[in-house]
Design a protein around this ligand. Structure first.
Ligand code: PEP
Ligand code: MN
Length: 359
Protein backbone atom coordinates (compact mmCIF):
# COMPACT_ATOMS: atom_id res chain seq x y z
CA UNK A 1 0.00 0.00 0.00
CA UNK A 2 1.21 3.48 -0.84
CA UNK A 3 0.05 6.64 0.84
CA UNK A 4 0.49 9.89 -1.05
CA UNK A 5 0.51 12.91 1.25
CA UNK A 6 -0.97 16.27 0.28
CA UNK A 7 1.39 18.89 -1.07
CA UNK A 8 2.60 20.75 2.01
CA UNK A 9 1.56 18.04 4.50
CA UNK A 10 3.23 18.86 7.78
CA UNK A 11 5.58 16.84 9.93
CA UNK A 12 2.91 15.93 12.49
CA UNK A 13 0.61 14.57 9.77
CA UNK A 14 3.38 12.49 8.23
CA UNK A 15 4.34 11.15 11.65
CA UNK A 16 0.76 10.24 12.44
CA UNK A 17 0.44 8.15 9.28
CA UNK A 18 3.84 6.55 9.79
CA UNK A 19 3.14 5.63 13.41
CA UNK A 20 -0.24 4.16 12.58
CA UNK A 21 1.33 1.98 9.91
CA UNK A 22 4.08 0.80 12.25
CA UNK A 23 1.51 0.02 14.94
CA UNK A 24 -0.36 -2.11 12.41
CA UNK A 25 2.84 -4.07 11.75
CA UNK A 26 3.95 -2.52 8.45
CA UNK A 27 7.49 -1.73 7.45
CA UNK A 28 7.57 1.91 6.31
CA UNK A 29 9.64 3.43 3.48
CA UNK A 30 9.46 7.11 2.55
CA UNK A 31 10.04 8.69 -0.83
CA UNK A 32 10.35 12.47 -1.01
CA UNK A 33 9.18 13.67 -4.39
CA UNK A 34 9.27 17.18 -5.81
CA UNK A 35 5.74 17.87 -4.61
CA UNK A 36 4.54 15.00 -2.50
CA UNK A 37 5.87 12.77 0.23
CA UNK A 38 4.99 9.17 -0.51
CA UNK A 39 4.87 6.58 2.23
CA UNK A 40 5.22 2.94 1.23
CA UNK A 41 3.83 0.34 3.63
CA UNK A 42 5.24 -3.14 3.17
CA UNK A 43 3.66 -6.09 4.88
CA UNK A 44 1.25 -8.95 4.44
CA UNK A 45 -1.54 -7.23 6.40
CA UNK A 46 -4.76 -6.22 4.72
CA UNK A 47 -6.27 -3.00 5.99
CA UNK A 48 -9.21 -0.88 5.00
CA UNK A 49 -7.69 1.99 2.98
CA UNK A 50 -10.36 4.34 4.32
CA UNK A 51 -8.66 4.21 7.72
CA UNK A 52 -5.79 6.11 6.12
CA UNK A 53 -7.73 8.15 3.57
CA UNK A 54 -9.48 10.04 6.38
CA UNK A 55 -6.27 11.03 8.17
CA UNK A 56 -5.34 14.73 7.87
CA UNK A 57 -2.77 15.46 5.17
CA UNK A 58 -3.45 12.27 3.20
CA UNK A 59 -4.21 12.79 -0.48
CA UNK A 60 -4.49 9.27 -1.81
CA UNK A 61 -4.13 5.64 -0.76
CA UNK A 62 -3.10 3.24 -3.49
CA UNK A 63 -3.19 -0.53 -3.16
CA UNK A 64 -0.36 -2.13 -5.09
CA UNK A 65 -1.38 -5.46 -6.47
CA UNK A 66 1.96 -6.27 -8.15
CA UNK A 67 4.32 -8.35 -5.98
CA UNK A 68 7.01 -5.66 -6.19
CA UNK A 69 6.22 -2.54 -4.20
CA UNK A 70 9.14 -0.18 -3.66
CA UNK A 71 10.28 -0.37 -7.28
CA UNK A 72 6.76 0.35 -8.49
CA UNK A 73 6.25 3.61 -10.40
CA UNK A 74 3.55 4.54 -7.86
CA UNK A 75 6.22 4.92 -5.23
CA UNK A 76 7.98 7.70 -7.14
CA UNK A 77 5.83 8.84 -10.09
CA UNK A 78 8.37 11.46 -11.20
CA UNK A 79 11.06 8.82 -11.69
CA UNK A 80 14.29 8.27 -9.81
CA UNK A 81 17.40 10.19 -10.76
CA UNK A 82 20.65 8.69 -9.52
CA UNK A 83 23.31 11.33 -9.01
CA UNK A 84 26.95 10.25 -8.94
CA UNK A 85 29.40 13.14 -8.81
CA UNK A 86 28.32 15.33 -11.78
CA UNK A 87 26.47 12.57 -13.64
CA UNK A 88 22.70 12.10 -13.43
CA UNK A 89 21.19 8.80 -14.54
CA UNK A 90 17.46 8.98 -15.17
CA UNK A 91 17.37 12.71 -15.91
CA UNK A 92 17.01 14.32 -19.34
CA UNK A 93 20.56 13.47 -20.40
CA UNK A 94 21.14 10.03 -21.87
CA UNK A 95 24.21 8.54 -20.22
CA UNK A 96 26.58 6.35 -22.20
CA UNK A 97 28.69 3.75 -20.40
CA UNK A 98 31.37 2.43 -22.72
CA UNK A 99 34.54 0.39 -22.63
CA UNK A 100 35.91 -3.07 -23.29
CA UNK A 101 34.27 -6.27 -22.16
CA UNK A 102 37.35 -7.05 -20.04
CA UNK A 103 40.15 -4.90 -18.74
CA UNK A 104 43.20 -6.49 -20.37
CA UNK A 105 46.13 -4.14 -19.80
CA UNK A 106 47.00 -0.61 -18.75
CA UNK A 107 47.55 0.41 -22.39
CA UNK A 108 44.27 -1.06 -23.59
CA UNK A 109 42.05 0.52 -20.94
CA UNK A 110 43.84 3.88 -21.25
CA UNK A 111 43.36 3.96 -25.01
CA UNK A 112 39.67 3.04 -24.81
CA UNK A 113 39.01 5.44 -21.91
CA UNK A 114 40.59 8.34 -23.76
CA UNK A 115 38.53 7.65 -26.86
CA UNK A 116 35.15 7.13 -25.25
CA UNK A 117 35.61 10.15 -22.97
CA UNK A 118 36.49 12.34 -25.94
CA UNK A 119 33.32 11.25 -27.69
CA UNK A 120 30.83 11.82 -24.92
CA UNK A 121 30.76 8.70 -22.71
CA UNK A 122 30.40 9.54 -19.02
CA UNK A 123 31.12 6.13 -17.53
CA UNK A 124 33.92 3.65 -18.26
CA UNK A 125 32.97 -0.01 -18.21
CA UNK A 126 35.32 -3.00 -18.05
CA UNK A 127 35.17 -6.40 -16.40
CA UNK A 128 37.89 -7.47 -13.98
CA UNK A 129 36.05 -10.53 -12.65
CA UNK A 130 34.46 -12.22 -15.66
CA UNK A 131 31.62 -14.74 -15.61
CA UNK A 132 32.77 -17.01 -18.45
CA UNK A 133 30.86 -20.00 -19.73
CA UNK A 134 34.08 -22.01 -20.01
CA UNK A 135 36.49 -22.31 -17.08
CA UNK A 136 39.33 -22.25 -19.64
CA UNK A 137 38.42 -18.79 -20.97
CA UNK A 138 40.05 -15.59 -19.72
CA UNK A 139 38.65 -14.92 -16.25
CA UNK A 140 39.72 -11.29 -15.84
CA UNK A 141 42.64 -9.53 -14.15
CA UNK A 142 40.94 -9.31 -10.75
CA UNK A 143 41.84 -6.46 -8.43
CA UNK A 144 44.72 -5.39 -10.69
CA UNK A 145 42.11 -4.82 -13.42
CA UNK A 146 39.94 -2.68 -11.14
CA UNK A 147 42.99 -0.55 -10.32
CA UNK A 148 43.71 -0.01 -14.02
CA UNK A 149 40.07 0.82 -14.69
CA UNK A 150 39.97 3.41 -11.87
CA UNK A 151 43.23 5.01 -12.94
CA UNK A 152 42.15 5.32 -16.58
CA UNK A 153 38.72 6.65 -15.62
CA UNK A 154 40.17 9.27 -13.28
CA UNK A 155 42.62 10.41 -15.92
CA UNK A 156 39.78 11.17 -18.37
CA UNK A 157 37.09 12.32 -15.93
CA UNK A 158 34.90 9.22 -16.19
CA UNK A 159 32.98 7.22 -13.62
CA UNK A 160 33.52 3.46 -13.34
CA UNK A 161 31.11 0.52 -13.62
CA UNK A 162 32.33 -3.06 -13.23
CA UNK A 163 30.82 -6.44 -12.50
CA UNK A 164 31.04 -8.01 -9.08
CA UNK A 165 30.59 -11.77 -8.80
CA UNK A 166 30.18 -12.48 -5.10
CA UNK A 167 29.53 -10.80 -1.75
CA UNK A 168 33.11 -11.18 -0.50
CA UNK A 169 34.18 -8.69 -3.21
CA UNK A 170 31.92 -5.86 -1.96
CA UNK A 171 34.56 -3.97 0.09
CA UNK A 172 37.03 -4.15 -2.80
CA UNK A 173 34.44 -2.84 -5.26
CA UNK A 174 33.42 0.00 -2.95
CA UNK A 175 37.03 1.09 -3.06
CA UNK A 176 37.40 1.18 -6.87
CA UNK A 177 34.05 1.60 -8.63
CA UNK A 178 31.19 4.10 -8.72
CA UNK A 179 28.55 1.62 -9.89
CA UNK A 180 28.52 -2.09 -9.08
CA UNK A 181 27.25 -4.27 -11.91
CA UNK A 182 25.28 -7.41 -11.10
CA UNK A 183 25.58 -9.60 -14.16
CA UNK A 184 22.73 -11.38 -15.90
CA UNK A 185 23.80 -14.71 -14.42
CA UNK A 186 23.64 -13.32 -10.90
CA UNK A 187 20.30 -11.50 -11.22
CA UNK A 188 18.62 -14.10 -9.06
CA UNK A 189 21.48 -14.67 -6.63
CA UNK A 190 19.28 -13.58 -3.77
CA UNK A 191 21.89 -13.73 -1.03
CA UNK A 192 24.13 -11.44 -3.13
CA UNK A 193 21.19 -9.08 -3.69
CA UNK A 194 20.49 -8.99 0.06
CA UNK A 195 24.11 -8.08 0.76
CA UNK A 196 24.06 -5.37 -1.90
CA UNK A 197 20.80 -4.05 -0.46
CA UNK A 198 22.62 -3.27 2.76
CA UNK A 199 25.26 -1.01 1.21
CA UNK A 200 25.07 2.53 -0.14
CA UNK A 201 26.30 2.29 -3.71
CA UNK A 202 24.56 2.45 -7.08
CA UNK A 203 23.84 -0.96 -8.59
CA UNK A 204 23.45 -1.76 -12.29
CA UNK A 205 21.19 -4.80 -12.27
CA UNK A 206 21.16 -6.77 -15.50
CA UNK A 207 18.07 -8.66 -16.53
CA UNK A 208 18.68 -12.43 -16.44
CA UNK A 209 18.83 -14.24 -19.79
CA UNK A 210 15.46 -15.90 -19.10
CA UNK A 211 13.92 -13.51 -16.59
CA UNK A 212 10.46 -12.04 -16.97
CA UNK A 213 9.81 -8.36 -16.30
CA UNK A 214 8.28 -9.27 -12.96
CA UNK A 215 11.22 -11.44 -11.92
CA UNK A 216 13.62 -8.65 -12.86
CA UNK A 217 11.67 -6.08 -10.86
CA UNK A 218 11.50 -8.45 -7.89
CA UNK A 219 15.28 -8.75 -7.95
CA UNK A 220 15.45 -4.96 -7.86
CA UNK A 221 12.95 -5.07 -4.99
CA UNK A 222 15.47 -7.11 -2.96
CA UNK A 223 17.90 -4.18 -3.22
CA UNK A 224 15.35 -1.48 -2.41
CA UNK A 225 13.77 -3.40 0.44
CA UNK A 226 17.22 -3.79 1.98
CA UNK A 227 17.62 -0.01 1.93
CA UNK A 228 19.60 0.57 -1.27
CA UNK A 229 17.45 2.72 -3.55
CA UNK A 230 20.09 3.48 -6.18
CA UNK A 231 19.29 0.81 -8.74
CA UNK A 232 19.55 0.96 -12.52
CA UNK A 233 17.85 -1.77 -14.53
CA UNK A 234 19.63 -3.04 -17.62
CA UNK A 235 18.01 -4.84 -20.54
CA UNK A 236 20.79 -6.98 -22.09
CA UNK A 237 18.91 -9.45 -24.24
CA UNK A 238 17.15 -12.68 -23.44
CA UNK A 239 17.46 -16.25 -24.69
CA UNK A 240 15.08 -17.09 -27.51
CA UNK A 241 15.04 -19.75 -30.24
CA UNK A 242 17.01 -17.44 -32.54
CA UNK A 243 20.66 -18.34 -33.09
CA UNK A 244 21.75 -15.65 -35.57
CA UNK A 245 22.15 -13.17 -32.73
CA UNK A 246 23.71 -14.13 -29.37
CA UNK A 247 20.63 -12.94 -27.44
CA UNK A 248 17.44 -11.16 -28.45
CA UNK A 249 17.53 -7.56 -27.24
CA UNK A 250 14.04 -6.95 -25.93
CA UNK A 251 13.44 -3.32 -26.87
CA UNK A 252 9.90 -3.53 -25.49
CA UNK A 253 11.39 -4.12 -22.04
CA UNK A 254 12.50 -0.47 -21.99
CA UNK A 255 9.06 1.21 -22.10
CA UNK A 256 7.60 -1.59 -19.96
CA UNK A 257 10.17 -1.18 -17.17
CA UNK A 258 9.78 2.60 -17.42
CA UNK A 259 6.03 2.27 -17.00
CA UNK A 260 6.07 -0.28 -14.19
CA UNK A 261 8.97 1.19 -12.25
CA UNK A 262 10.47 4.55 -11.33
CA UNK A 263 14.03 3.21 -11.66
CA UNK A 264 16.30 4.34 -14.50
CA UNK A 265 16.57 1.85 -17.36
CA UNK A 266 19.58 1.32 -19.62
CA UNK A 267 20.09 -1.00 -22.56
CA UNK A 268 23.09 -3.12 -23.53
CA UNK A 269 22.95 -3.78 -27.28
CA UNK A 270 26.42 -5.38 -27.21
CA UNK A 271 25.42 -8.49 -25.22
CA UNK A 272 21.91 -8.05 -26.60
CA UNK A 273 23.04 -8.91 -30.13
CA UNK A 274 26.57 -10.33 -29.83
CA UNK A 275 27.44 -8.85 -33.23
CA UNK A 276 29.25 -5.60 -33.84
CA UNK A 277 27.26 -4.86 -37.00
CA UNK A 278 23.99 -4.92 -35.04
CA UNK A 279 25.11 -2.91 -32.02
CA UNK A 280 24.61 0.60 -33.44
CA UNK A 281 21.14 0.00 -34.94
CA UNK A 282 19.94 -1.48 -31.65
CA UNK A 283 21.56 1.30 -29.62
CA UNK A 284 19.67 3.83 -31.74
CA UNK A 285 16.44 1.90 -31.27
CA UNK A 286 16.96 1.63 -27.50
CA UNK A 287 17.50 5.37 -27.21
CA UNK A 288 14.38 6.06 -29.27
CA UNK A 289 12.44 3.62 -27.05
CA UNK A 290 13.24 5.70 -23.98
CA UNK A 291 16.39 4.23 -22.45
CA UNK A 292 18.06 6.48 -19.88
CA UNK A 293 21.43 5.19 -20.91
CA UNK A 294 23.37 2.68 -22.97
CA UNK A 295 26.11 0.20 -22.15
CA UNK A 296 28.36 -0.30 -25.15
CA UNK A 297 31.43 -2.48 -25.58
CA UNK A 298 34.28 -0.71 -27.37
CA UNK A 299 37.78 -2.07 -27.95
CA UNK A 300 40.88 -0.48 -29.46
CA UNK A 301 41.64 -3.76 -31.25
CA UNK A 302 38.56 -6.02 -31.22
CA UNK A 303 40.31 -8.76 -33.22
CA UNK A 304 42.68 -9.27 -30.30
CA UNK A 305 40.14 -8.89 -27.48
CA UNK A 306 40.29 -11.53 -24.76
CA UNK A 307 36.48 -11.59 -24.53
CA UNK A 308 33.54 -10.46 -26.67
CA UNK A 309 35.64 -9.08 -29.53
CA UNK A 310 32.93 -9.86 -32.09
CA UNK A 311 30.47 -7.53 -30.39
CA UNK A 312 32.95 -4.74 -29.55
CA UNK A 313 32.78 -1.58 -31.63
CA UNK A 314 35.86 -0.14 -33.28
CA UNK A 315 36.69 3.28 -31.82
CA UNK A 316 35.50 5.08 -34.98
CA UNK A 317 32.22 3.19 -34.94
CA UNK A 318 31.66 4.41 -31.40
CA UNK A 319 32.31 7.97 -32.48
CA UNK A 320 29.85 7.65 -35.34
CA UNK A 321 27.24 6.07 -33.06
CA UNK A 322 27.55 8.91 -30.54
CA UNK A 323 26.97 11.38 -33.33
CA UNK A 324 23.84 9.53 -34.45
CA UNK A 325 22.55 9.28 -30.89
CA UNK A 326 23.06 13.00 -30.42
CA UNK A 327 20.74 13.57 -33.40
CA UNK A 328 18.05 11.19 -32.14
CA UNK A 329 18.02 12.45 -28.53
CA UNK A 330 16.39 15.88 -29.16
CA UNK A 331 13.52 14.22 -31.06
CA UNK A 332 12.44 12.59 -27.79
CA UNK A 333 13.29 15.56 -25.54
CA UNK A 334 16.55 14.08 -24.32
CA UNK A 335 20.10 15.33 -24.52
CA UNK A 336 23.38 13.68 -25.30
CA UNK A 337 26.44 15.82 -24.97
CA UNK A 338 28.67 15.11 -27.94
CA UNK A 339 31.34 17.13 -29.70
CA UNK A 340 31.06 17.65 -33.50
CA UNK A 341 31.66 14.66 -35.75
CA UNK A 342 34.50 14.76 -38.27
CA UNK A 343 34.19 13.83 -41.95
CA UNK A 344 37.44 11.82 -41.76
CA UNK A 345 35.92 9.61 -39.11
CA UNK A 346 32.78 9.13 -41.19
CA UNK A 347 34.89 7.87 -44.09
CA UNK A 348 36.93 5.60 -41.79
CA UNK A 349 33.81 4.09 -40.26
CA UNK A 350 32.26 3.39 -43.64
CA UNK A 351 35.40 1.54 -44.67
CA UNK A 352 35.49 -0.49 -41.42
CA UNK A 353 31.82 -1.33 -41.73
CA UNK A 354 32.30 -2.60 -45.27
CA UNK A 355 35.12 -4.81 -44.00
CA UNK A 356 33.08 -5.98 -41.03
CA UNK A 357 30.15 -6.98 -43.25
CA UNK A 358 32.50 -8.93 -45.48
CA UNK A 359 34.00 -10.70 -42.44
C1 PEP B 1 29.37 -7.94 -19.34
O1 PEP B 1 28.79 -6.84 -19.17
O2 PEP B 1 30.51 -8.03 -19.80
C2 PEP B 1 28.59 -9.17 -19.08
C3 PEP B 1 29.20 -10.32 -18.83
O3 PEP B 1 27.26 -8.97 -19.15
P1 PEP B 1 26.01 -9.98 -18.92
O4 PEP B 1 25.97 -10.25 -17.45
O5 PEP B 1 24.86 -9.17 -19.43
O6 PEP B 1 26.26 -11.20 -19.76
MN1 MN C 1 31.09 -8.70 -22.46
Amino acid sequence: MIIVMEEGANHAQITMVTEKLIECGFEVHRSIGERHIIIGAIGAKTVDPREYEILPGVRDVIRITAPYKLVSRHFNPEGTIIRIKDVEIGGTEVIVMAGPCSVESEEQIEAVAEHVARHGAKILRGGAFKPRTSPYSFQGLGEAGLKMLRRAADKYGLLVVSELMESSQIPMFLHYVDIIQVGARNMQNFSLLKDLGRIKAPILLKRGPAATFEETLLSAEYLLSGGNGEVIICERGIKTFETYTRNTLDISAIPVFKKLSHLPVVADPSHGTGRRDKVSPMARAALAAGADGLLIEVHNSPENALSDGAQSLYPEQFEQLMHQLSLIAPAINRQLGFPPFSQDVAAGVRQRQDQAVRR
